[in-house]
Design a binder for this molecule. Structure first.
Ligand SMILES: Cc1cc2nc3c(=O)[nH]c(=O)nc-3n(C[C@H](O)[C@H](O)[C@H](O)COP(=O)(O)OP(=O)(O)OC[C@H]3O[C@@H](n4cnc5c(N)ncnc54)[C@H](O)[C@@H]3O)c2cc1C
Length: 326
């Protein structure tokens, strides 16, 4: 059986592995856990989904929500939602899909379902070829040989790994927005009339209460996303300055005297794909001339989890149609 290496364990990697026919697949993941930008951070009693927040019910991808439900990765919630907080738009009820036990349940349950061997805490920084077979390298180890390699990582990182084999000069560059996220636990309720909403201030694009997602802790927890343009301008802001600024903004907006009992911030360098490969070049993935090396990810189709799922699915279909002798 042909040997396949999948670099990354984000949703695009998991989707690819799921949609490929049964193969000798091995995952390589630089983090200690699968999931990439779908990430749940736990601290004592606090839980924060500080990457992807929720999945839309009507995301337009047939079978995606159903699959996640089947593997018990998700649950449906009803929340109070405000589309524009600053402009005081009316609060509406909104049904969303979230992870069963934090958003991380989505990649964790999915990865468990697939049962493919996985090398965690393994950052691949070089790919080499000898006699049409491929080898992966970390700082101190070599893995291989492999017949096919799929890089399911952000575009720029794929380019760094693959530019010896693929002419990136002839391709357009799908670009990403970076996003600062802030996690805050408060000793009192903020008194917010909604649980999630957009456009709180010119700097804050989104915020979501975590208690209604996780249902069991006493302090009030929020995740706040700064706007992409703001993040660009304050890319190197000190974490504590940012955290204090956001807490101040929350208190002002809700006229609250709550105190922060926990705060943490994280900058996602590659948060949302701004222009996808498909939009730019009408392509669904990138491949080498010998059809053995591929790059894919949400950035092939758009900025969301459903785009990552679609990206894996489309490449798996193409790969199966190549009628490669597997
Ligand atoms: C703050 C934030 C909020 C978001 N909110 C939502 C939302 O509410 N709804 C929604 O649908 N989407 C949301 N998204 C987008 C969604 O999270 C992504 O579209 C999706 O998770 C991307 O999956 P992916 O597999 O393409 O990439 P990733 O999740 O980035 O996966 C790439 C994986 O590759 C690993 N990796 C990278 N380089 C290497 C290497 N050299 N060697 C080994 N492993 C490597 C990484 O550690 C990572 O696990 C949000 C994203 C962010 C950052």
């Amino acid at each position: 059986m042909k040997k396949i290496a999948v670099i990354g364990t984000g949703l695009s990697a998991l989707s690819l592995a799921y949609h490929l026919p049964t193969l000798d697949i091995t995952f390589f993941e630089k983090s200690w856990r699968p999931g990439g930008r779908i990430s749940t951070r736990r601290h004592e009693n606090y839980i924060f989904d500080h990457g992807a927040h929720y999945l839309k019910e009507d995301n337009g991808i047939i079978g995606f929500n159903e699959f996640l439900h089947k593997i018990n990765a998700t649950k449906i919630l009803n929340g109070e939602f405000c589309a524009n907080i600053q402009n005081q738009l009316p609060i509406e009820k909104k049904q969303i899909i979230v992870g069963q036990n934090g958003m991380e349940s989505i990649p964790l349950e999915f990865h468990k379902y697939l049962r493919y061997p996985t090398n965690l805490s393994t950052q691949i920084n070089k790919i080499e070829t000898i006699n049409q077979e491929y080898y992966l390298h970390t700082e101190d180890q070599e893995y291989g040989p492999f017949d096919f390699i799929f890089c399911c990582i952000p575009f720029e990182q794929s380019k760094n790994l693959l530019n010896k084999f693929i002419d990136f000069d002839v391709l357009s560059v799908p670009n990403f927005d970076s996003i600062w996220t802030i996690m805050v636990a408060l000793d009192k309720r903020l008194g917010s009339p909604f649980q999630f909403g957009y456009h709180m201030t010119p700097e804050i694009s989104f915020l979501m209460n975590q208690n209604f997602k996780h249902e069991f802790f006493s302090d009030e927890c929020w995740v706040v996303n700064m706007r992409a343009e703001w993040t660009k301008e304050y890319y190197n802001i000190e974490n504590y300055v940012l955290e204090d600024y956001v807490i101040d903004q929350l208190k002002k907006t809700f006229q609250s005297d709550a105190k922060a009992v926990f705060k943490k911030s994280h900058r996602w360098k590659y948060a949302y794909a701004k222009k996808s490969l498909n939009e730019l070049d009408s392509k669904n993935f990138i491949e080498s001339i010998d059809h053995r090396l591929y790059a894919l990810g949400d950035w092939c189709h758009g900025p969301s989890m459903q785009d990552a799922w679609l990206s894996g699915k489309k490449l798996a279909k193409h790969f199966s149609e190549l009628r490669v002798q597997l």
